[in-house]
Ligand binder design. Structure first.
Ligand code: KG4
Ligand code: ZN
Length: 351
């Protein structure tokens, strides 16, 4: 199957061509410069940038893959959750293409895309040996989820954030530190060479038996610390603060993810989403997981939003005979538990 995947739910316009899980191309057009001065994504500006970028991004994806639109078996597009304007741009284009080319269209849940990202591979790479069931730590700018993925399409939400998402905590922390957006990579870079034990920022464990997260207290603690101990021009002090802040965030993610694995009896843990690119998170997960739990993470390029992960999820669903009908609409809010229902309700034989 040759699948075109389209992603436009936040601030990356992306298109990719995937064949049997192999990424032939993955074009990502970011919008950092559009949103930089606001310190976060401005939805209306994001929609306009998607309109501007989406067609060239798709054309480029086909070109780099060496494929024509006529070669496509199907089209997969992020239908939600996300910013409604961006989702509408992606879906309108996907629907138009599907209609013009007479190809099946499938709407994909953005987080199912992230969930599939560790299974993506380049042409010369061997397939991942990760299999269902597993626990997934999905950490992005909008979500912090611990999922029990029992089978493809069968996901139980074990825990989620009660306030800020992990990526949001990085982004807001970065703003307090005077760092640019997106904050995750900026904090990680500043934290390099910092002492992660310098400041004991609070860890919100909440109920130890449950797997919910809370990061707003950590953010407030950073604000208070910066008011009481402004780092001024001292780079080492700033490095120590960034490293300590990152450590507090990462430690809670790691401990809760491993506790979730133990609770459901899973020996496989998958981490994905933009924050999954964080080296300290990956390092601590590997270290704490030890021999008992195998940790799987996508290559860095597939952590942040991309069309390839949407194409792969689409490939699996189309192979199962599912397709979205013409009435497919965007779902800016879309509970993950409704994923199977949403798609299976429209299952049709493949044309
Ligand atoms: O998955 P993603 O690209 O978009 C959403 O679906 O939200 O995630 C974006 C988030 C941003 O909050 C960004 O700061 C964070 O991922 N991020 C990181 C790193 N790279 C991106 N956070 C920590 N460390 C990183 N290296
Ligand atoms: Zn995402």
């Amino acid at each position: 199957m040759t699948i075109l995947g389209i992603e436009s739910s936040c601030d990356e316009t992306s298109a990719a061509i995937v064949e049997e899980g192999v990424v032939l191309s993955n074009v990502v057009q970011g919008q950092v410069e559009v949103h930089a001065e606001y310190g976060g994504v401005v939805p209306e500006l994001a929609s306009r940038a998607h309109i501007h970028n989406i067609y060239p991004v798709i054309t480029e994806a086909l070109l780099r893959a060496g494929r024509q639109a006529a070669d496509l078996t199907g089209i997969a597009v992020t239908a939600g959750p996300g910013l409604i304007g961006g989702l509408l741009v992606g879906l309108a284009l996907a629907k138009g293409l599907a209609l013009a080319l007479q190809k099946p269209l499938i709407g994909i849940h953005h987080m199912e895309g992230h969930l599939m990202s560790p299974f993506l591979r380049l042409r010369h790479e061997t397939p991942s040996d990760c299999t269902f069931p597993f626990v997934a730590l999905l950490v992005s700018g909008g979500h912090t989820w611990l999922l029990h993925a029992k089978a493809f399409g069968d996901y139980e939400l074990l825990g989620q954030t009660r306030d800020d998402a992990a990526g949001e905590a990085f982004d807001k922390g970065a703003r307090l530190l005077g760092l640019p957006y997106p904050g995750g990579p900026a904090i990680a870079a500043l934290a390099n060479g910092g002492d992660a034990q310098a400041i004991r920022f609070p860890r919100a464990w909440l109920d130890r038996q449950r797997f919910d997260f809370s990061f707003s207290g950590l953010k407030t603690a950073l604000r208070t610390h910066l008011l009481n101990h402004p780092p001024g021009e001292d780079l080492q002090t700033a490095r120590d603060i960034a490293a300590s802040y990152q450590e507090a965030l990462v430690e809670v993610l790691v401990e809760k993810a491993l506790a979730a694995c133990r609770a459901v009896g899973c020996t496989r843990l998958l981490v994905a989403g933009g924050v999954g690119a964080n080296q300290r998170l990956r390092e601590l997960l590997q270290q704490k997981a030890g021999q008992r739990i195998a940790v799987y993470a996508p290559p860095l390029a597939f952590c942040t939003d991309n069309g390839a992960m949407i194409a792969l999820a689409g490939e699996v669903r189309l192979l199962r005979g599912e397709r979205s009908d013409d009435a497919l609409t965007v779902r800016p809010r879309w509970p993950i538990g409704e994923v199977a229902f949403f798609s299976l309700a429209k299952a049709l034989p493949l044309q």
